[in-house]
Design a protein around this ligand. Structure first.
Ligand code: PLP
Ligand code: MG
Ligand code: MG
Length: 625
């Protein structure tokens, strides 16, 4: 997979005159967004995790953009005024690793073009379109095999023209090396086409003629344009951009906002990331993908090396079960904190595996008494503590920053179900004194359901090497050891889920976990205002809530005229018909419904849901503001 892109953005844009005197062409807006930023979003959606921008004229614009998108690196071509696109590519070259997409900065294009190049069997491919009549066409001459031979604005000299250059290509390392070599020689010999003023496409043609074939992939109806001058910009706004928007909208998946506590709403880019070529998961290429995923999952919460991540095909409960059944030393005792359904589940797993265990029970909606928990730990003969970070049952966040260091001070192994906390809030496992933390692909991290994983402190994990196995498929040490040696999982991994997770990780890096927590908090505040407007009560006081789940006590009013009273099924159906899925919750004898802030929820969507909730609550006699 191509995961790097290079954008050539050194040019003066002089054909625009005044408009680009103090601004690079890429920052011209179409549809309210700078065209280069639209390109960046498309590249990210296509799985590109590193974008190198070769700058020159007004480079500070791009430097600023790189602060907004942490995956962008800028590098300036200091000689931009005397060179052309090849000069800028040469400046970018030292930063490029592996195959890359090469794009010009002034392009508006259908993102499907990147999918086409990604899936093209050839390593070096240049994307061509049919006739655009743009007024600045560059024609691509090919031989009978579709291999690039000549590039020119003069159609009469290119021979057999396959189509027009779009400015979007996929290039291999070998091709880049040859391009740089040809350019170097061209500069030395003062060549007019391949020297200091060379365009990259001319050099690409020289590589292709010189023996490394560059294939021209023609999509005759491809929608794209460049904006070199005012006339092109007018055409872009009036004719090209609307068509691209329409074509892209044809691939939009119907939006369902899941306000249930996971699986959560995923982005289309994550859904589409599963649509990839089939691969045997024992191939090196897939092993490299898994290694990257494993390292990325670790790096969000702990230093890679000191910690590692062990993955299993399965849900969050599989990760919980792997931890509980693997991490308690043989014949040693476990203490499980149970202050909600997921704590109860950890205890149940321990029971099934006949692990010696006690439950420490605490209120499901009030903070637990840490001093009392410590007394229990001191009084018992425990080797490990298991606890849920965020109790998804109620939205209660357990203060692990105090609990786990306390447990560690008594020598316990700390085992944490962080299924509904991981990726939603910043966590630092070493600082929190957490040895093992379980999570899943489909909650805050934003991937598809199907992968459970445990972030493990390597030193603690290695102790399990000599322990007798209580489990098989879910054995943490065996899975770790086999992966470490082979970059393979012992058994078939959920291949497509891993590709989706890779995309979700990329988008998490772009948003940042702090940014994600801020977005969830914003949604949560909108919800809280809506609840206050309806005089609805929450189960947990706001200061103890995670911001990821809010449990709301069901109203007991009824409408005096109609007699209507609260009916979850009806409320659910109304919300669902409008694209929102809500979830019931019963805690002992307390009846609640639960609203989650997980996955790709946006504040405007929470606002829409609040309106639906208010409309419904009015029908059952609540006094709604
Ligand atoms: N633990 C917690 C805290 C959860 O919130 C969940 C799911 O909501 C799970 C475990 C179980 O995850 P799964 O349903 O993926 O098995
Ligand atoms: Mg042009
Ligand atoms: Mg141009």
């Amino acid at each position: 997979m191509t995961k790097t892109a290079v954008i050539l953005a050194g040019g003066l844009g002089s054909r625009f005159g005044q408009r680009t005197e103090c601004m690079p062409k890429g920052f011209i807006e179409v549809g309210g967004v700078p065209i280069v930023e639209q390109s960046i979003k498309k590249l990210i959606a296509a799985g590109v995790s590193k974008i190198i921008i070769g700058t020159g004229h007004c480079n500070e614009y791009y430097d600023k953009l790189s602060q907004k998108y942490p995956i962008i690196t800028t590098i300036k071509n200091d000689n931009y005024a005397n060179t052309s696109s090849m000069g800028t590519l040469a400046v970018c070259a030292p930063l490029i690793e592996g195959s890359f997409f090469l794009l010009e900065s002034d392009l508006i294009y259908d993102g499907a073009g990147l999918f086409v190049l990604q899936n093209d069997v050839h390593n070096d491919v240049i994307l061509a379109s049919g006739t655009t009549n743009s007024g600045d066409e560059v024609y691509l001459g090919v031989n009978g095999g579709g291999v690039l031979q000549k590039v020119s604005k003069d159609k009469s000299i290119v021979g057999n023209s396959a189509g027009e250059l779009t400015g979007i290509s996929k290039i291999s390392t070998e091709c880049l090396v040859r391009m740089l070599d040809i350019y170097k020689k061209g500069v030395a010999s003062g060549s007019p086409d391949l020297g200091i003023k060379a365009d990259y496409e001319a050099v690409l043609a020289a590589v292709s003629v010189g023996g490394l074939p560059v294939f021209v992939r023609v999509i005759s109806s491809y929608s794209w344009c460049e904006v070199d001058n005012e006339a092109m910009l007018s055409r872009a706004v009036a004719a090209v951009y609307p068509i691209i928007s329409e074509k892209e909208s044809m691939q939009a998946v119907r939006r369902e906002v899941l306000l249930n506590p996971g699986p959560s709403t995923t982005r289309d880019s994550v859904k589409w990331a599963q649509v990839v070529a089939d691969i045997c998961p024992r191939e090196q290429e897939f092993g490299d993908t898994m290694q990257q995923v494993v390292d990325d999952l670790t790096s969000f919460v702990a230093p890679v090396g000191e910690y590692t991540t062990v993955i299993f095909g399965g849900s969050g409960t599989a990760a919980d079960e792997a931890m509980i059944s693997s991490c308690v030393p043989p014949n040693k005792r476990l203490l499980v904190v149970n202050n909600g359904s997921y704590g109860a589940r950890l205890a149940k797993i321990a029971r099934v595996y006949n692990i010696e265990m006690d439950e420490y029970k605490s209120s499901t909606y009030e903070p637990l008494d840490i001093a009392d928990l410590e007394k229990t730990i001191v009084a018992g003969n425990y080797s490990a503590l298991a606890i849920v970070y965020h109790e998804t049952t109620t939205g209660l966040l357990n203060p692990l920053d105090k609990i786990c260091p306390m447990a560690k001070s008594h020598g316990l192994i700390t085992i944490v179900d962080s299924v509904s906390a991981y990726g939603g809030m910043e966590m630092n496992l070493p600082a929190l004194c957490i040895d093992f933390a379980a999570a899943t692909s489909n909650k805050h991290i934003g991937g598809m359901a199907g992968l459970g994983f445990v972030v493990c402190k390597v030193q603690e994990l290695q102790k399990q090497k000599t322990w007798s196995m209580r489990n098989y498929y879910l054995n943490l040490f065996d899975q770790y050891e086999y992966f470490r040696a082979t970059k393979q999982t012992r058994f078939t991994p959920p291949v497509q889920v891993i590709y989706a997770l890779q995309q979700a990780i990329l988008e998490t890096k772009v948003e940042t976990i702090a940014g994600r927590f801020a977005r969830f908090t914003k949604c949560w505040q909108i919800l809280l205002q809506g609840l206050a407007d309806c005089s609805l009560q929450m189960l947990v006081a706001p200061e103890y809530q995670s911001h990821f789940i809010t449990a709301i006590k069901v109203p007991t009013t009824h409408d005096t005229t109609t007699g209507n009273k609260y009916d979850f099924a009806l409320f659910h159906d109304i919300a669902r018909s409008k694209g929102f899925t809500i979830y019931p919750g019963k805690l002992g004898n307390i009846d609640t419904f639960r609203i989650a802030n997980m996955g790709d929820i946006q504040p405007a969507e929470m606002q829409s849901f609040v309106q639906i909730m208010k409309d419904y609550m009015r029908t059952i006699g609540l006094n709604v503001h």
